[in-house]
Design a protein around this ligand. Structure first.
Ligand code: CUA
Length: 334
């Protein structure tokens, strides 16, 4: 009976331990993909080692005390150590020295990370329930959900909130920074290599907090320049007589433009700017890959797919034909 219980406890703890290992874990701070994340990771290793040594030492002594000095029915009262100056000074000083040793590299890293980068791409990031807006201050680009950046060059983010507290986190590239209404926070980071780096909002911000993902896409400098040029170009108008044009009419009719900007068409600011929607790989807070099937799901029932979000379609639900026309229109917004 007792053996079974021990076995159960052992396998439970082993299970918890193994649950921490995953083959495909894109939000892994222990695999840094940029200099800022690497600085933080370089701090994690020594602090973890110090903490590990302390843990093994303390737990070892506890176990030793438990088994070796266990009270027996006829054992006398153990020797009392209350008021032993040498011991008390020792166990006050030792932890203080350990914390001091940990504090030196920690504070140095904090100062390193607070340095402003040279020649950054400056982006104002605004947290909304439940998506991220990116404004490239010097490039005149407004986009959503995906932070595009050239690999090897830092981005400097000014973080604002439109409503409640969010927290911005691209796990493989940097630590978390809170996004607080009425405050401007700043962070910067860069990516070593082109690639997609996954993150998410890490401050509970409402019903769809878990549906507020974040994504940084690092590109080669040439690809980034091409992206900048395409984002600055006016979006292409749907050709007359096509389903795309019908979708554009529907977009106006249904009042979509009241919340969404499409440059030259509408000026809404409650939802993401859709001027170049079709150039994005994901939508709706990066919870969906940008394809027709997902757009159909989304336009059929946005509140069901993402509870608490602000996308309320007047006269919803849309008919399947209306949805098809809107999808064709969205696909023209390159
Ligand atoms: Cu935004 Cu959680």
């Amino acid at each position: 009976m007792r053996r079974n219980r021990r076995l159960a406890a052992l396998s439970a703890s082993l299970f918890v331990f193994l649950a921490a290992c995953a083959e495909n874990a894109p939000q892994d701070t222990l695999e840094p993909k940029g200099p800022v994340a690497r600085d933080i990771d370089n701090l994690i290793d020594p602090v973890f080692i110090v903490a590990g040594v302390v843990f093994v030492l303390v737990e070892g002594l506890v176990l030793l005390a438990m088994f070796k000095f266990r009270a027996k029915p006829d054992s006398p009262e153990p020797e009392q150590i209350h008021g032993n100056t040498r011991l008390e000074v020792g166990w006050t000083l030792a932890p203080a020295l350990i914390l001091l040793a940990v504090a030196v590299p920690t504070i140095a890293t904090i100062f390193d990370l607070a340095k402003r980068p040279e020649n950054p791409i400056r982006v104002t990031v605004t947290g909304h329930q439940f998506w991220w807006e990116y404004r490239y201050d010097d490039l005149g680009i407004v986009t959503a959900n995906e932070l595009r950046m050239p690999a090897g060059r830092p981005v400097e983010l000014t973080l604002l909130s439109n409503d409640v507290i969010h927290s911005y986190w691209i796990a493989p590239l940097a630590g978390k920074t809170d996004v607080v209404p009425g405050r401007q926070n700043r962070m910067s980071f860069s990516a070593d290599e082109p690639g997609e780096y996954i993150g998410q909002c890490t401050e509970f911000c409402g019903d769809s907090h878990a549906n507020m993902r974040a994504k940084a896409i690092a590109m080669t400098p040439a690809d980034f320049d091409a992206w900048v040029a395409s984002q600055r170009a006016p979006s292409v108008k749907a050709s007359p007589g096509t389903r795309g044009e019908a979708g554009a009419l529907l977009f106006a009719q249904k009042g979509c433009g009241g919340c969404h900007t499409v440059e030259g068409v509408s000026e809404g600011t409650i939802g993401p700017n859709l001027t170049h929607f079709a150039s994005r790989t994901t939508f709706a807070g990066s919870i969906f890959d940008n394809n027709d099937a997902n757009l159909r799901r989304w336009l059929r029932d946005p509140l069901g797919e993402k509870p608490g979000n602000k996308m309320i379609i007047p006269g919803a639900p849309l008919t399947p034909d209306e949805i098809t026309e809107l999808i064709v229109y969205l696909n023209t917004l390159r």
